[in-house]
Design a protein around this ligand. Structure first.
Ligand SMILES: Nc1ncnc2c1ncn2[C@@H]1O[C@H](COP(=O)(O)OP(=O)(O)OP(=O)(O)O)[C@@H](O)[C@H]1O
Length: 624
């Protein structure tokens, strides 16, 4: 074997650094495998840039735009760049909104034209629809709501948009509109282009394989037009493209003057894990990575488990088996040291025990986003007010309880107290109400969310969000005076009715999960992250999704005629997507990796996976 050292890729940092030289900008495409240090290169190069050009950039009010895939990644990069103001690190949605938000009249024109096209499309579909059915009723509703939006457009003075929220009010833009408008302005408006180029002579995009293709195309066009003014840098890995809106074949046919450095090393994982991900990747592009010279060993195991087994028992047993074969005690350590990756959030909810609360709400599209990013006032009543109150209560921290009540209760806020003559009695009565609420937990009792909500609402201790008021009205616990409020979506209320039957302990687990304080994540959500020990859970039946099929990937379920047609036409299939997702999930592991695949045919799974050359016989265990 050829000798190499750990610095074989060090030249890449220099090449990228030269590209972002403000005096001779060049564009580049750094696509390399998992753990190859793309993020590290980004940070290294920008830190060097700050030293050399930082003062000048600050003086001329210029910035480098760094676009990341998630808020968490943006925060992490900002931190590693020491919050320096010459760097503007944000997600694609925040970046786009910042660019367009002051162009209200232009946005209005765009929305107007777009609505006209959308309505015409829907009307055409409606005219072809046979009779009245669920789809046609839904479509009629959509047409009506779009017409209303069109009619109210002239009244809007300013659009609003929350990159992390659901954006359901009439004056708000939705996520895809923000992206399309930005792409359109970049392509068509000279003034807009000038502002963008002046402010951001360097635009770097991390995880660009998953960045909205519309925007990538617009930025490519811009760079092509203004080569001497813009350095566009794309970081990514085609093998890690897991969302459908990313641009396929990104990098194919790049202009000849783009710099395309290559990285050969994986700095993250131990050798056995790298061998596995090299094999998984081999059919796609054959790119092979080398381990660092000191990372010689590493353990991978695949457990083919019969679907009839009790999952929580099996997963515990597997941790024990992993401890034995890795000689690593932490595999069995009160579950804090193993990162478990499920395909869908509801699988994590089930394992962590917060499904009664989570599943019904997650099934409603309109509240899905806010359930995951913590922007729903209804959820926040439990997770951001009652939960801290409960935590202060169990710590017997009276001071903290008083603080929380002061911050959130209208009974004792400044205005209420100003009006109140007998302030002391207000404090006393509020205190009684708080104690009454906390008495729900007496003697280890775990109240349901409905019990908590009823207590809060009765005592008017905290403001009951309007959705929850309507749910209480449906359960007969509240009378609604304002009929208009009843216009809330029936699906949302129905979902909340079920969610409120959950015990409060579910909120504790749910909060840990969404605040990333648990040891659970999804195959997709952990992109860019790394963990010492990883357990990948695979079960198509439990995940209920249609985007991915591990059963097909592992050769257990036959391909459909559509799959075959797509393969014959050279189009992407669900199997390709699943293979890439599998690559992302496996490549998070640094030391050891356990894959737990639930199946109806464990023997067949074992045979196939060994035939693929991904595992050898003693790395695959059947559990029936
Ligand atoms: N040159 C290097 N020397 C030592 N460690 C490195 C080097 N480059 C990267 N690493 C380490 O390797 C790990 C992976 O690096 P990084 O996250 O930058 O990779 P990546 O290419 O962005 O990965 P992915 O595509 O999988 O998200 C990190 O722990 C990082 O600190």
């Amino acid at each position: 074997m050829t000798q190499y050292n750990n610095d074989i890729d060090i030249h890449v940092d220099n090449e990228i650094y030269e590209c972002i030289d403000p005096n001779s900008p060049k564009s580049f495409f750094l696509f390399a495998g998992a753990g190859s240090g793309k993020t590290k290169t980004l940070i290294n190069v920008l830190s060097r840039f700050k030293e050399q050009h930082g003062a000048n950039f600050k003086f001329r009010n210029k910035k480098i735009a760094i676009i990341t895939y998630t808020n968490a990644a943006a925060d992490e990069i900002t931190r590693r760049l020491e919050h320096n103001s010459i760097f503007s690190v944000s997600t694609i949605h925040s970046f786009s909104w910042d660019l367009i938000k002051n162009f209200t009249p232009d946005i209005k024109v765009w929305i107007n034209n777009n609505l006209i096209v959308e309505i015409a499309d829907l009307e055409e579909q409606q005219s072809k629809s046979r009779g009245v059915n669920k789809t046609s009723i839904g479509r009629a509703k959509k047409i009506e709501s779009k017409r209303e939006r069109l009619a109210s457009l002239s009244k809007i003075k300013k659009f609003i948009y929350n990159p992390n929220g659901d954006n359901i009010t009439k004056d708000s833009l939705n996520h895809s509109e923000v992206i399309s408008i930005t792409a359109n302005f970049i392509k068509s408006k000279t003034l807009f282009k000038q502002i963008l180029l002046n402010k951001f002579p360097v635009i770097l995009i991390d995880e660009s394989q998953d960045t909205k293709k519309e925007l990538i195309d617009a930025l490519f066009e811009l760079q092509n037009q203004y080569k001497e003014k813009l350095s566009l840098g794309l970081f990514g890995d085609t093998m890690q493209r897991i969302y459908v809106d990313g641009k396929e074949n990104l990098g194919v046919g790049l202009p000849a003057d783009w710099i395309q450095p290559a990285k050969k090393m994986n700095h993250r994982s131990k050798k056995r894990i790298i061998d596995l991900i090299n094999k998984i990747r081999s059919e796609i592009d054959g790119q092979e990575q080398l381990p660092r010279t000191e990372k010689t060993d590493g353990v991978v195991r695949l457990f083919a488990v019969s679907r009839a087994k009790n999952k929580s028992e099996v997963e515990k047993l597997i941790c024990q088996k992993m401890k034995e074969c890795t000689d690593d005690e932490k595999w069995e350590n009160d579950d804090t040291d193993v990162m478990t990756l499920t395909l869908e959030h509801h699988m994590a909810a089930r394992r962590m025990g917060f499904s009664t609360f989570f599943d019904p709400l997650y099934a409603v599209d309109k509240i899905k986003t806010s359930l995951l990013d913590g922007t729903s006032t209804s959820i926040n009543l439990f997770s951001k007010i009652v939960l801290p109150l409960y935590q202060a209560h169990i710590k017997n921290n009276k001071f903290e309880i008083a603080n929380i009540v002061k911050k959130h209760s209208e009974l004792v806020n400044k205005q209420a107290l100003l009006k109140e003559e007998n302030k002391l009695s207000t404090f006393h009565s509020t205190n009684e109400k708080v104690n009454e609420l906390l008495s729900l937990w007496i003697e280890g009792n775990q109240p349901t969310l409905l019990e908590i909500l009823e207590k809060i609402n009765e005592a008017n201790l905290f403001k009951t969000p309007s959705t929850l008021k309507l749910v209480l009205a449906r359960t007969g616990a509240e009378v609604i005076e304002n009929e208009e409020e009843l216009d809330e979506d029936g699906d949302i209320l129905g979902a909340w009715e079920v969610a409120l039957t959950a015990k409060f302990s579910e909120i504790i687990e749910y909060s840990k999960y969404i605040n990333e304080e648990s040891t659970f994540g999804t195959h997709q959500g952990v992109k860019g992250l790394e963990f010492d020990r990883v357990m990948v859970i695979i079960d198509d039946e439990e995940s209920k999704g249609f985007m991915f099929s591990y059963d097909k990937l592992f050769g257990i379920k036959p391909l459909t005629s559509t799959d075959q047609k797509n393969i014959d036409e050279g189009k992407e299939t669900g199997i390709d997507r699943t293979l890439r997702l599998f690559y992302v999930a496996c490549s998070r592991a640094k030391e050891s990796l356990a894959i737990v695949s639930y199946t109806d045919t464990p023997e067949e799974l074992k045979k196939n996976i060994i035939n693929y050359g991904w595992f050898i016989d003693n790395e695959v265990e059947i559990i029936k």
